[in-house]
Ligand binder design. Structure first.
Ligand SMILES: Nc1nc2c(ncn2[C@@H]2O[C@H](COP(=O)(O)OP(=O)(O)OP(=O)(O)O)[C@@H](O)[C@H]2O)c(=O)[nH]1
Ligand SMILES: [Mg+2]
Length: 383
């Protein structure tokens, strides 16, 4: 039974997150992969979810994500939209709607999968508009690995266009209601459990819904100055999702990627979906080199932080299997050094330094200083 939490009354902020979409789209797979140390191949053994599976994940700043993994079989979906509508869609912080992008191409099929997916999506957004108007809406166009690389961009753009159209319809439908809004945010991502794109999408989701991230960002920037660091990355401890980063390289493109969610705003009267907006969630690793989504002249991979995240996560799992616990990592090569350690009770920090004059001991001392400062700074007041 759902507990309606008035966040402001609690010292712990609970964000309810709905993970929805048709059966077999990959919801439980991604939940298990991100939050329960499953490897991609382990997800092949998962059975269909019966009704709703609840799980709680603790994040920095006393934030608890209350994740509802909603089984996607038709009878369940119909029940969420009708009999359970109030219960499911009230006090929601974010909806993550997952689409099996392969099924959307199934045009010969009588059931017209994409049409019915769009109907469910529209229904979900409409229910949120009534019961949780401030909820963020994310849509993952998932299983992109099964689409031929040359077709991914076109397919992705066309599906995002359809989704944005549905949001406009909902905005118009609710236009005469007392709390009508004229715009909504929609965050779309092309994802696959077989590469770093799923991590990237979830890192962005966490970055959007975890209020504490801004507090860390100020500290990361001053730590980077103190250690002459080239890059600093902050990971959530349990999932190793990237929560924040500082980089002296490609600063402009990264800030655009991570922070500017206004580019996703869907307005009621919008006519044109510009290519730039539609491609925002299609990362370089999913498209071929000729695509405009791949930034020219850049040698560093756009997905490097997510790849590090995945590597460290797998390393930790392997260590656990051999009865070892990872405390910290130090790495020195001829061109850079890297130091990774716990920063707070719920985060890990990775510092990359490419200046050969900087000593590892200096980096460690500065990380310790940053840790003490963070301990002294009280968490920001919850909304
Ligand atoms: N090719 C490919 N297969 C995937 C991907 N993600 C998940 N799968 C597979 O999709 C299948 C179904 O995944 P589930 O996570 O059980 O699907 P679900 O959305 O939870 O389904 P219900 O619980 O019935 O709603 C599993 O065999 C996964 O291994 C992906 O990115 N690519
Ligand atoms: Mg499931």
């Amino acid at each position: 039974m759902k507990r309606k939490v008035r966040a402001a009354q609690l010292s712990t902020l609970t964000q309810q997150i709905l993970l929805m979409g048709k059966s077999g789209t990959g919801k439980t797979s991604m939940r298990s992969f991100i939050f329960s140390s499953y490897r991609s191949e382990d997800t092949k053994r998962l059975g269909s979810t019966i009704e709703v599976e609840h799980s709680h994940v603790r994040f920095p700043g006393n934030l608890v994500l209350n994740l509802w993994d909603c089984g996607g079989q038709k009878s369940y979906m119909d029940s969420y939209m009708n009999a359970q509508r109030n219960q499911v869609f009230s006090a929601v912080g974010a909806l993550i709607y997952v689409v099996d992008v392969v099924s959307t191409e199934d045009e010969n099929d009588d059931t017209h999968e994409w049409e019915s997916d769009l109907r469910y999506f529209r229904d979900c957004v409409s229910a949120l508009n009534t019961h949780s108007p401030d909820a963020e809406v994310f849509c993952l166009l998932h299983k992109m690995d099964l689409i031929e690389p040359s077709r991914r961009k076109e397919l992705y753009m066309s599906r995002v266009q359809d989704l944005r159209k549905k949001i406009r319809e909902v905005l118009k439908e609710h236009a005469s209601s007392p709390n009508a809004r004229d715009s909504m945010h929609l965050h779309c991502y092309a994802t696959s459990i077989w590469d770093a794109t799923l991590y990237k999408a979830w890192s962005n989701i966490v970055h959007t819904i975890v209020p504490e991230v801004q507090r860390f960002e100020t500290h990361l920037a001053s730590l980077a100055d103190m250690c002459s660091a080239t890059e600093i990355v902050l990971f959530e401890k349990a999932t190793f999702l990237m929560m924040s980063r500082f980089s002296r390289l490609q600063r402009e493109t990264q800030n655009e990627d991570m922070d500017n969610h206004d580019t996703y705003t869907v307005k009621m009267q919008d006519k044109n979906d510009t290519e730039k907006v539609l491609l925002a969630g299609l990362t370089g690793s999913l498209v071929t080199d000729s695509s405009p989504a791949t930034k020219k002249g850049v040698t560093l991979s756009d997905d490097r932080f997510e790849r590090i995240s995945e590597l460290v996560k797998h390393f930790k799992i392997s260590c656990l299997e051999s009865q070892y616990q990872v405390q910290a990592l130090e790495l020195r090569t001829s061109t850079f050094m890297a130091y990774m350690d716990a920063l707070t009770s719920s985060t890990y920090i990775l510092v990359i330094v490419s200046d050969p004059r900087i000593q590892m001991s200096a980096v460690k001392s500065n990380v310790e200083l940053c840790r003490q400062q963070l301990d002294r700074t009280p968490p920001s007041p919850q909304p």
